[in-house]
Design a protein around this ligand. Structure first.
Ligand SMILES: Nc1ncnc2c1ncn2[C@@H]1O[C@H](COP(=O)(O)OP(=O)(O)OP(=O)(O)O)[C@@H](O)[C@H]1O
Length: 271
């Protein structure tokens, strides 16, 4: 994470404040903002794990970053632009959001189609125009997709793999992932995380990944952000988290008879 002035910042959130509108389209009078005074800056190559309990506001933050909710343009800048107002950010593929409603549908030949329709994986994946064949082949391998799968007959995890593949076909600069890996088996998830890490390290992409499943993620993120009740509680590079966690193990080890207390590597946090 970097200072607000850093020109390399791919994501800049400055004092974000957000309240869901009521039925009249306006925030209910006197309502407390769901997200309040939230600031965060991520640079090229950063891989940020967004954690927090149910209802903490993770999806809301990702949707705002993905341009799905309107906020004042100065509060959220993605690639230096306002995600809500600059629709070219998403249409170009530079900003990619995978989560929420996306779980039910995929973009196919310019339309949103139900992911469970009677269609082959091949038709869906090869139906996306203007894709680098090498990238497509790599994703098919990473996600271990059988092109003959019929989407209405495959398992949830297999369907999700096709969907993730389609979402990642276009190279992105900023990727927002909202719990999209829950249906994947351990190996598929590990391969996907490896691919995503490579995109950051080699192409300078930035990823925010919201998840409750921390298994196998110890070495994936470069940063961790913990949110509770819409407020940023902690934003830290992983190196620092590991340092603190080691330190706390040493301190506890010297205090507690019988050895160090498990601190769960600094990952688990309760609201
Ligand atoms: N469209 C909406 N209108 C009004 N309130 C909403 C809307 N969407 C979410 N909320 C509320 O905002 C709060 C934060 O929801 P959000 O989905 O951002 O949390 P989350 O951290 O992603 O939770 P989870 O881990 O369960 O997915 C919740 O209290 C939720 O009820």
């Amino acid at each position: 994470m970097a200072s607000k002035q850093n020109p390399e910042a791919l994501i800049e959130i400055n004092g974000l404040r957000f309240t869901y509108p009521g039925i009249d389209g306006h925030p209910p009078p006197g309502s407390k903002p769901l997200i309040d005074n939230f600031s965060l800056t991520l640079n090229s190559g950063d891989r940020c794990l967004l954690v927090g309990s149910n209802g903490a506001g993770k999806t809301t933050i990702l949707k705002i970053l993905g341009g799905k909710h309107m906020v004042e343009p100065h509060m959220v800048r993605v690639l230096g632009r306002s995600a809500f107002h600059d629709t070219a950010l998403t249409s170009s593929g530079d900003l990619c959001y995978l989560g929420g409603e996306w779980r039910r549908d995929v973009a196919f030949a310019g339309f949103e189609v139900a992911i469970q329709m009677d269609i082959s994986a091949e038709k869906l994946i090869f139906g996306v125009a203007g894709i680098d064949p090498q990238r497509r082949a790599e994703l098919l391998k990473v996600l271990d997709i059988d092109l003959s799968w019929r989407m209405h007959k495959v398992s949830d995890g297999q369907r999700r793999r096709v969907q993730i593949c389609m979402g990642l076909l276009k190279p992105f600069k900023v990727l927002l992932l909202d719990e999209i890996t829950v249906d994947l088996d351990v190996l598929a998830r590990a391969d996907l995380l490896k691919f995503l890490r490579k995109e950051c390290e080699e192409k300078g992409a930035t990823i925010i990944y919201a998840t409750h499943i921390f298994d196998g993620l110890e070495d994936w993120p470069s940063h961790i952000v913990y949110v509770a009740k819409g407020t940023l509680q902690l934003a830290m590079p992983m190196d620092k988290v590991k340092e603190i966690s080691k330190l706390s193990l040493m301190i506890d080890g010297s205090r507690v008879a019988g050895g160090p207390r498990a601190v769960n590597n600094g990952w688990a946090a309760e609201d």
